[in-house]
Design a protein around this ligand. Structure first.
Ligand code: UT7
Length: 337
């Protein structure tokens, strides 16, 4: 097992953060009118009360643009300062061009290149690693890292087992070089396990099953999930990856100021935190208001932590994610501002 941090190069830090959710809210009560479900079941089994949903015609790049522009403004920079844009998403505006290209054009980042990261619910931790390591290597001064998803575009609102879970949203951070001795990103640990693919996927629309009348009729362009398999994997792997990165960096759960897990289910987060021995007071859970926004949950949770005064410069923060793939991610950092 690796004993030294994976982060290489110069120290880098999250310099700013901003989020955006569309204004329209879909409550559990609304869903009661659409499928055979209840507010009580959803709240008890998932912790979700409501989620934000885009209006027709609003795409992932639109949410990403709002969050991205605000993150750049809060960093005290302009779009022209950004060298690379990394967008984590499982709901790109279209198969191609990449959402990063669309965002680059929409925000006017004239000197940036960029690309999308497809890692489902681990997209933010993976995109953060990709973007931050490009800055750490000295390739760029500033990276714009975005997690954004319009999950409502791939959700079957006749399937009660999935439609209650997801929402739309975006979060963005600017990653820049850190001054010597200042807080920075410490380490990352990621892992994939493709054997879990069938447990959570959108079966059609790609090269294996291109769109056809048959795939549409069979509702194969929607999220399909074996909830219990994913649930068990998520609890086990969140604990495992968190333990691995903390042990490597000689950090104990009590050293953490904040544990920010992907928000898929309140019970997953609480179970993983309990197994890890992380005090529940250090756990951020905001799934109640947003549902599972896939690539956007971690920045949305960080944003709430900041607004609630629970995150300050120098705090030790552990980000963890588990998602379709399966993908597993973790990033350990000291909060930079
Ligand atoms: O972010 C990507 C990763 N995704 C996840 O991490 C999600 C992981 N999985 C989960 O969070 C949970 O498995 C779910 C929330 C999806 C489901 O909770 P569960 O406790 O595993 O429920 P279940 O699938 O075992 O279903 C229990 C019962 C079933 O009825 P029977 O067979 O016991 O009669 C379901 O049909 O609940 C029923 N059910 C519902 N009832 C009311 C399933 N969905 C609903 C619903 N409303 N929306």
């Amino acid at each position: 097992m690796r004993t030294t941090p994976r982060c290489a190069g110069r120290p880098v830090y999250i310099r700013s953060l901003a989020t955006y959710v569309p204004p329209r809210v879909l409550t559990n009560r609304d869903l009661e009118k659409m499928v055979d479900t209840t507010d009580e079941w959803i709240l008890q089994r998932t912790g979700i009360r409501e989620r934000h949903i885009v209006d027709p015609g609003v795409a992932t790049s639109d949410l990403a643009k709002e969050a991205g522009l605000e993150a750049i403004r809060r960093a005290g920079l302009t779009p022209d300062d950004i060298g690379v844009i990394v967008v984590g998403t499982v709901t790109p505006d279209m198969m191609f061009p990449s959402t990063a290209c669309l965002v680059q054009h929409k925000i006017g980042a004239h000197h940036a290149w960029g690309f999308d990261v497809s890692a489902a619910c681990s997209a933010f931790t993976y995109a953060l690693t990709a973007g931050s390591q490009l800055v750490a290597a000295g390739c760029h001064e500033h990276a714009l890292v975005i997690g954004a998803d319009v999950m409502s575009s791939i959700i079957d609102y006749t399937d009660r087992s999935t439609c209650v879970l997801f929402g739309d949203g975006a979060g963005a951070v600017v990653v820049s070089a850190a001054a010597a001795g200042e807080p920075s990103i410490i380490d990352f640990e990621h892992e994939i396990d493709g054997s879990g693919g069938p447990a959570l996927c959108m079966p059609a629309g790609g090269s294996l099953r291109p769109p056809s009348r048959e795939t549409v009729e069979q509702r194969m362009h929607y999220v399909k999930q074996d909830g219990q398999t994913v649930f068990k994997f998520a609890v086990r792997k969140t604990e495992e990856i968190a333990r691995r990165i903390m042990e490597r960096n000689r950090i104990k759960p009590e050293d953490l100021a904040l544990f920010v897990s992907h928000q898929a289910n309140r019970r997953i987060i609480q179970a993983a935190a309990e197994k890890l021995g992380v005090d529940q007071g250090k756990v951020i859970i905001n799934i109640e208001r947003f549902g599972n926004t896939t690539a956007a949950t971690i920045p949305l949770a960080l944003n709430d932590a900041i607004n609630e005064g629970r995150l300050k410069k120098g705090d030790l923060v552990l980000l963890c994610s588990v998602g379709a793939g399966f993908t597993v991610g973790s990033v350990l950092l000291r909060w930079g501002y």
